[in-house]
Design a protein around this ligand. Sequence first.
Ligand SMILES: [Zn+2]
Length: 412
Amino acid sequence: MFILEYKLRGKKHQYQAIDEAIRTVQFVRNKCLRYWEDNKGVGQKDIYKYTTQLRTEYSFVKALNSTACQQACERTWTAILRFYNNCKSPQAPQAPLNKGGIKRGIGYPKYSKQTRSVEFKKSGWKLNRDTKRITFTDGKNIGELKLIGSRDLFYFQEWQIQRVRIVRRADGYFVQLILKLDVRDIAPQLEPTKKCIGLDMGLRYLYADSNNNVVEPPKYYRKAEKRLNKLNRRKSRKFRRGKKQSNNYIKARKKSAKGHLKVSRQREEFSKRLALRLIQSNDLIAYEDLKVKNLVRNKKLAKSINDAGWSQLRKWIEYFGVKYGRLTIAVNPAYTSQECFNCGQLIKKSLSVRTHVCSCGYVEDRDKMASLNILKKATIGHIGSYSEELNAWGDSTSILVGSNTCQGKLSQ
Ligand SMILES: [Zn+2]
């Protein structure tokens, strides 16, 4: 899957029509959820049938394109399925029952209040690639909108568009074309570099690599934090409990949301560029298979870990790895900073000890040694011949090692 995104430009009444379509999506989602809650043994087919019933009952639901309506219902069903799967896991707690006789446990689907998108399948829209415009043809009267963005619309075939999604954000409306396209088909082939690299992700750095470089985490959030806090405070001062919110509150809320959006975009851009650079200059990239979620639970460290954007960087490394046919390997992070790179002896040390000193005479910076160990783990048995391995492994360029199963895992 490949997503192309453009900003949408239209008239005010068209934006209002989009809002109305999004409101309808939310209505359908919540109605379907209510139907499942109130009735015993509701399955996928029943909930689909119920959507058809909603279309005859409410004219504003009928006005929404039928595939968009179906998509809204499918999303509810996905949430319900996810909940059912959670219930099967042993940690599922004892919880009160709903009217349908189902326990309200972890992951119990919620009613949505902040739906931001409407998604069409193959109908309800028409793309004009020559004029770079898209027309929505259902009863919501959104009409023709201009696509703003530099990406070319001609390198794919129209049948490759699987879905079309309109997304509302703090700074406007966007359209996403979801394409059935293999990213490898559109990527230029990269020459082998005969280089490999290990990354040790840390707190003081974003990562230290096996070539003795360190990359500092971007400090966007910290820098922007002061400003964001100010905007947040202004927003809460204008909040009126239990009453309709004032225009000033709505203005303040929009400003604050825009601020957050800007920071998250900067962060994503940073990770993306860094990941691309790493992929372009190495045949193999090894890093730790960290469970960022577990680390973030530690509140003191949380801000810097989140800020560093580890998981985001990893996501992009794996994405570009697939795209350009490079090998990316996530290894088990256990003992990478304790095991001596030279002799394998375990030297326990606390977080504050920054240098590894071993009785075998090997002395190295803690983070650099960790990155060397990570690379070693990734290339064990293949050292010196990884480029042949690269060809042998072919498609599954992202591999999880260090755990019992060796599994190919493609990102996105
Ligand atoms: Zn040693």
